[in-house]
Ligand binder design. Structure first.
Ligand code: HEM
Length: 550
C-alpha cells in the first residue's frame, strides 16, 4: 500500500516537472511576444482569455482590444500560452494568402473536426485536411462552385424559396404577424443546401420529421457546448488510438460527448445512404438522374459524374465524397441563414432602404417572375445591400490559425511595443495561435473612412475611397475578409451570394419586415447568431420581426 503511494507521488512529481518544463520552454520560445501590448492574464494556469475571446457575448471584448491596443494585441490561451489577435490587413494577407501553409488550422480544430464529423477518423473532408490533400480536394471541388454551375442552380434556389414564400404568405394572411425570422431563414438555408448541394430534401416545408435534419441541427449546439474541451483533443488524440478514443467517447459518463458521437454517426450513415441512392440512379442513366431532387444539378451529383469521367487516381474517393456532404451542410447552413437574418433585420431598421430595394426588385420582375442568375448579379442596389451587410457584419467574425514554423508577420500599420519601440513586423514562433479578427478588419476606419461602422449600402454605388485600394486586402470578396482569401477561402461564397439574392428577390417585393420591441443581441461564435436580450436557450437563434404583406 505504502509503495503504491510512493509510486503515485513520484508519478505526480514527474508529471508536474514535465508540465513545468513544457511551460518554461514555451515561454522562452514566445518571449518576444511578451513585448506586444495586450491585457494581463486573467487566469494564469488555465483558460487565459479563451472565454473572453469565444463566449457568446465576446463582441465588446474584441472591439475593446481593437480600441485599446489597435490592430495587434497579445492575449493568453490555455496554460499561459501566448496568442495574437490581429486585424492588420497586411498581416491578414500573409496569414491567409502568402504564408497560408505556415498559418494552418489549429490541431484542436483539425483533430476534433475529423473525429466528430468524419467517421473514418482521418482527415477526409475539405475543411479539415491540409497540404497536398487539401489542394487536390479543392481542385476537384472547384468546378461544382463555378459560375456555369451556379446558373444551373438558380432554378433550385427559386423552387425552394417559393415554398418559404407560400408558408409566410399563409401565416400573414389575416394581417401582420410576429415571426421568428432567424428560425425561418435557418430552415430555408438548410433546405437550399440540401437540395442544391446534396440533391436531398429535408422536407422542411412539408413538416417532415427528418433524422438527418435533427442530427444536423443538434450537431452545431452540441459541438459548441464542448468548445473548451476541444482544446484537449490534440493531447488525448496523441495518446490513444482512434478506436480507443471512440470507445471512451461512447462509454465515459459524459452525455454531451456520447451524444455528439451518435450525431456524427447519424450524419455519416445518412450521407452514405443518400450517396448510395444517387449512385443507383446514376447507374440507371441520365433520365433517372434528372428525376431526383434538384434535377441532378446538385453539387454531389456533379462530383459523382466527374468521378466517372476522370481516371481513378485523380478523383475524390467515395469516402471523401461522402465526407464532404456533412461539411457542406455544416458550413453552408448557419452562415447563410446568419447573413440573411442580418440583412432582413437591417432592412427592418432602415425602411427607406427596404423600399428602395423593393423598387429595384419589382422593376426587375416586370421582365421575368424568376430572376435569372445574370439578372440577379446585375442589380446594383441588391449587390450593395449584400456587400455592405457582409462587410459590416461578417457572419464568421474571426478564425484561428496556428503557425507550423517560425515566421515573420509584416504589419501595414506599425505598433509600439511595451518599451515604446516602433514595430513594423513581428517574429511569430512555431506553434503560436493567431486569431484573425475579420469583424474588426472589415470595419477599420483607416480603410473605410470615419463612417466605417455605419451600415450604408450606398457606399458601394460610388467609387470607394483610395484607402480601400491602398489596403490591398486579398480576400475573395469585395475588399473584405468575410470569406477570407487564399487557398482556404470559402469555396461556397458564390453559392451563398446567389442564394441570398434569390431569397431577397422573392420575398422583399411581397413582404414588409418591421422590428419588434425586443432588443436583439448578436452572439459571437464560429458563426454569429441573433438572440433576444435576456432569453434563455443560448444556442437557438431568435429574431422576432413583424411581417406583413406589402
Ligand atoms: C454568408 C455565407 C458564408 C460565409 C460568411 C462563409 C465564410 C467562410 C469562411 C470565413 C471560411 C474560412 C474558414 C476557415 O478557414 O477557418 C469558409 C470556409 C468554407 N466554406 Fe464558407 N461561408 C459561407 C457560405 C458557405 C456555403 C453556402 C458553403 C457550401 C455550399 C460553404 C462552404 C465552405 C467550405 C467547404 C469551407 C472550407 C474551405 C476549405 O477549407 O478549403 N460556405 N467559409
Amino acid at each position: 500500500m505504502f509503495s503504491l503511494f510512493v509510486v503515485a507521488a513520484y508519478a505526480l512529481v514527474a508529471l508536474a516537472g514535465a508540465a513545468s518544463l513544457t511551460f518554461l520552454r514555451r515561454r522562452f520560445r514566445q518571449r518576444n511576444l511578451l513585448k506586444i501590448p495586450g491585457p494581463s492574464n486573467p487566469s494564469l494556469f488555465w483558460e487565459g482569455h479563451w472565454h473572453h475571446i469565444f463566449n457568446p457575448y465576446a463582441y465588446p471584448f474584441h472591439e475593446g482590444l481593437y480600441k485599446t491596443y489597435g490592430k495587434v494585441a497579445r492575449v493568453y490561451g490555455f496554460f499561459g500560452d501566448i496568442q495574437l489577435v490581429i486585424s492588420d490587413p497586411k498581416a491578414c494577407n500573409n496569414i491567409f494568402v502568402k504564408d497560408q501553409p505556415i498559418f494552418e488550422m489549429t490541431e484542436a480544430f483539425l483533430r476534433y473536426g475529423s473525429h466528430f464529423l468524419s467517421v473514418p477518423w482521418t482527415y477526409t473532408y475539405i475543411a479539415t485536411n491540409r497540404g497536398a490533400q487539401h489542394r487536390m480536394q479543392r481542385k476537384l471541388l472547384n468546378p461544382a462552385f463555378n459560375i456555369k454551375h451556379m446558373r444551373h442552380m438558380t432554378p433550385i434556389f427559386h423552387r425552394v424559396t417559393k415554398q418559404l414564400r407560400e408558408n409566410l404568405w399563409s401565416i400573414v394572411s389575416n394581417g401582420p404577424e410576429e415571426i421568428n425570422v432567424a428560425d425561418w431563414m435557418g430552415r430555408l438555408a438548410l433546405e437550399l443546401i440540401g437540395q442544391a448541394g446534396l440533391g436531398y430534401s429535408f422536407g422542411i416545408f412539408e413538416g417532415r420529421d427528418d433524422e438527418y435534419c435533427r442530427a444536423l441541427k443538434e450537431w452545431i449546439p452540441t459541438s459548441s457546448s464542448l468548445a473548451v474541451s476541444r482544446n484537449m483533443f490534440p493531447y488525448v488524440d496523441r495518446i490513444f488510438h482512434p478506436k480507443v478514443l471512440k470507445f471512451l467517447g461512447r462509454t465515459l459518463p459524459w452525455p454531451k460527448l456520447n451524444h455528439l458521437i451518435d450525431l456524427a454517426e447519424t450524419l455519416n450513415s445518412t450521407s452514405r445512404d443518400i450517396h448510395e441512392a444517387k449512385k443507383r440512379l446514376l447507374e440507371l442513366g441520365d433520365d433517372a438522374t434528372v428525376k431526383q431532387v434538384g434535377d441532378g444539378n446538385d453539387i454531389i451529383s456533379l462530383l459523382m459524374r466527374a468521378r466517372l469521367a476522370e481516371p481513378e487516381d485523380i478523383q475524390l474517393s467515395e469516402e471523401e465524397l461522402v465526407a464532404q456532404m456533412a461539411v457542406f451542410l455544416i458550413a453552408g447552413t448557419d452562415t447563410t441563414s446568419s447573413a440573411l437574418s442580418r440583412i432582413l433585420q437591417l432592412l427592418s431598421l432602415h425602411p427607406d432602404v427596404q423600399d428602395k430595394l423593393r423598387k429595384e426588385l419589382k422593376a426587375a420582375h416586370e421582365d421575368n417572375e424568376e430572376l435569372t442568375h445574370d439578372q440577379l448579379v446585375s442589380l446594383p442596389f441588391l449587390e450593395a445591400v449584400c456587400r455592405e451587410t457582409l462587410r459590416l457584419y461578417a457572419p464568421v467574425p474571426g478564425v484561428m490559425r496556428t503557425t507550423r514554423s517560425d515566421v515573420v508577420l509584416p504589419l501595414s500599420t506599425p505598433i509600439r511595443d511595451v518599451d515604446g519601440r516602433e514595430v513594423h513586423e513581428i517574429f511569430v514562433p512555431k506553434n503560436t495561435n493567431v486569431f484573425a479578427q475579420i469583424y474588426n478588419l472589415n470595419r477599420d476606419p483607416s480603410i473605410w473612412g470615419a463612417d466605417a461602422a455605419e451600415w450604408k449600402p450606398e457606399r458601394w454605388l460610388a467609387p470607394l475611397p483610395q484607402s480601400v485600394a491602398d489596403a490591398n486586402i486579398q480576400g475573395v470578396y469585395a475588399n473584405t475578409m468575410t470569406f477570407i482569401g487564399g487557398t482556404r477561402a470559402c469555396i461556397g461564397f458564390k453559392f451563398s451570394q446567389l442564394e441570398m439574392k434569390v431569397v431577397l428577390s422573392q420575398i422583399i417585393p411581397i413582404f414588409q419586415f418591421a422590428p419588434t420591441e425586443a432588443e436583439i443581441v448578436w452572439r459571437f461564435g464560429i458563426i454569429s447568431t441573433p438572440s433576444v436580450k435576456g432569453s434563455v436557450g443560448t444556442f437557438h437563434s431568435k429574431l422576432p420581426m413583424i411581417v406583413s404583406r406589402v
